[in-house]
Design a protein around this ligand. Structure first.
Ligand code: ADP
Ligand code: MG
Ligand code: MG
Length: 252
């Protein structure tokens, strides 16, 4: 499996420092969850890892198997094995889900080793069934006119088809009803293997009732301030974040 190392990461948006020294290591085979109040920089972390141009890294390192991710272009990061599912996936006009996926899979492969149409269709049909997605959706333009729940399922479809080394899932649970949440969780659980590491960003503990994380981290004011096991998520759900602030002497 791969290892993603985030070391003392500082990130600014339009000159304002949002991340103030984040440290985190995610290895193949591990599921991590980041929780934290709104506005603490969770999505900023995800965007910085994937190289969103608005997010300026001013200090620190991001390494994938020792390679400097910050030196890579956005598409190179994906090719290196990083995957981001976003809180608000954008629409891609004129490209069907099916075409998008086949192109993305082949972008990871050497020339001459591209996935052939029939095996691709077979695997996609199997995955569509697993995620209880209507087969017609694969022929629709990516995310165009998709409901919130359809977009989330589509992102898990992408995850399962692309099989990245490390996935970052930003609020993949938001806006899902319980049935859709279970399907999405099944998909992520299906990915569990030594060659897959996952960082789930979530505001609520609900997702973690269906996917048991190995490590839970709390982010506050641009830093990871506390880490623990699944029990930490349960305590946050029951007691909120105040006790952590008191424990660590964090002022609002
Ligand atoms: P979280 O995901 O934890 O809710 P975010 O990373 O979205 O937090 O936001 C952290 C802080 O950065 C917030 O104060 C937010 O207003 C600010 N911020 C996030 N994205 C942008 C942006 N594109 N432009 C300006 N400020 C932003
Ligand atoms: Mg937010
Ligand atoms: Mg967010």
């Amino acid at each position: 499996g791969s290892t993603l190392e985030i070391k003392d990461l500082h990130v600014e948006i339009e000159g304002l420092e949002i991340l103030k020294g984040v440290n985190l290591t995610i290895k193949g085979g591990e599921f991590h969850a980041i929780m934290g109040p709104n506005g603490t920089g969770k999505s900023t972390l995800a965007s910085a890892i994937m190289g969103h141009p608005k997010y300026e890294v001013t200090q620190g390192q991001i390494l994938l198997d020792g390679e400097d991710v910050l030196e890579m272009e956005v598409d190179e990061r994906a090719q290196a094995g990083l995957f981001l599912a976003m809180q608000y996936p954008s629409e891609v006009s004129g490209v069907t889900t099916s075409d998008f996926l086949r192109t993305a899979i082949n972008a990871h492969r050497e020339e001459g080793d591209e996935i052939q149409l029939m095996p691709f269709i077979k695997e996609m049909d199997k995955t569509l069934d697993f995620l209880e997605i209507d087969k017609n959706m694969a022929q629709r333009y990516l995310n165009e006119g998709f409901s919130g729940g359809e977009k989330k399922r589509n992102e898990i479809l992408q995850l399962m088809m692309l099989k990245p080394a490390i996935a970052i899932l930003d609020e993949i649970d938001s806006g899902l009803d319980i049935d859709a949440l279970k399907v999405v969780a099944n998909g992520i659980n299906e990915m569990r293997s030594d060659s897959f590491g996952c960082l789930m960003i979530t505001h609520y503990q609900r997702l973690l009732e269906y996917i048991t994380p190995d490590h839970v981290h709390v982010m506050m004011q641009g830093r990871v301030v506390k880490s623990g096991g699944p029990e930490l998520a349960q305590r946050l759900e029951a007691e909120g974040y105040e006790w952590i602030k008191e424990e660590l002497g964090i002022e609002d």
